[in-house]
Design a protein around this ligand. Structure first.
Ligand code: PEP
Length: 253
């Protein structure tokens, strides 16, 4: 997707991770129906497991609800058993893809260089990548959170994203799926550092790239987090699985 000259609307992204059988399509339909009745201030997207992407995309076609993949390979096709390419995600109806989620970096040893390759492949296939970064608790306690995350941003964003739509998601690992949320001060400090890196790397475009926060966002804390400076939306895991909770987060904007 090519970047528009206007500031993008915030993005609320629901990452279902490895959750969701056919019956979960009803949750997506419920989100789509509620957004139809009350159009959201944000763009909203659901990232189901690859097995549901095509059906979910068809189920919500024409609604105020985008869909995307949770990961893509850096190549468009080939001998890569079990992988899904960015072209396949687009073919299945997706318009975005998450690249470098910490669970991919941890469970599958993905490096920032590989993440950059995935983001490049995503943009080449016309998808909008959401590139994830975030520090461990150990790194934060060592006082190195900001320098670590800024170097992850530098190494995970390919230069070819210049002029293309993409966003960055800051997700401290210690806040993902733990019920623990970063303080607003932590979020503001980190998002400002990421913004400075984006501007230094991409110039004017870097000022409007969305920086999402992720890590135990839920209906109770969404309003405060989404109102913080430089927070352009949220990447939501657990709370995106139930339409009621996800809608409460969307409506917090
Ligand atoms: C995530 O999956 O990116 C995430 C932030 O999960 P949770 O909201 O469950 O912490």
């Amino acid at each position: 997707m090519t970047l528009s000259s206007t500031t993008p609307r915030p993005l609320i992204a629901g990452n279902w991770k490895m959750n969701g059988l056919s019956v979960a399509l009803d949750e997506a339909r419920a989100v789509a129906a509620a957004l139809e009745a009350k159009p959201p201030a944000a763009r909203v997207a659901i990232f189901p497991p690859a097995t549901l992407l095509h059906r979910l995309s068809q189920a919500v076609e024409g609604a105020h609800l985008l869909t995307g993949g949770q990961d893509c390979h850096g190549k468009s096709s080939g001998a890569h058993t079990g992988d899904v390419s960015a072209e396949m995600i687009a073919d299945a109806g997706g318009s975005l893809v998450i690249c470098g989620h910490s669970e991919r970096r941890t469970d599958h040893g993905e490096t920032s260089a590989q993440v950059a390759g995935k983001a490049e492949a995503a943009a080449a296939a016309g998808l909008e990548p959401i590139v994830c970064v975030g520090e461990t608790l150990e790194t934060r306690e060592a006082g190195q959170a900001v320098s670590f995350v800024v170097s992850q941003v530098r190494d995970s964003l390919p230069t070819s994203l210049a002029g293309k739509a993409f966003s960055v998601a800051y997700e401290p690992l210690w806040a993902i799926g733990t019920g623990r949320t970063a303080s607003v001060d932590n979020i503001v400090e980190m998002h400002a550092a990421i913004r400075a890196e984006l501007v230094s790397r991409f110039g004017e475009q870097g000022r409007t790239v969305l920086i999402l926060y992720g890590g135990s966002v839920k209906p109770e804390n969404a309003r405060e987090i989404l109102a913080a400076p430089e927070v352009g939306g949220a990447l939501v895991g657990g709370a995106s699985l139930k339409a009621k909770d996800f809608l409460a987060i969307i409506q917090a904007l």
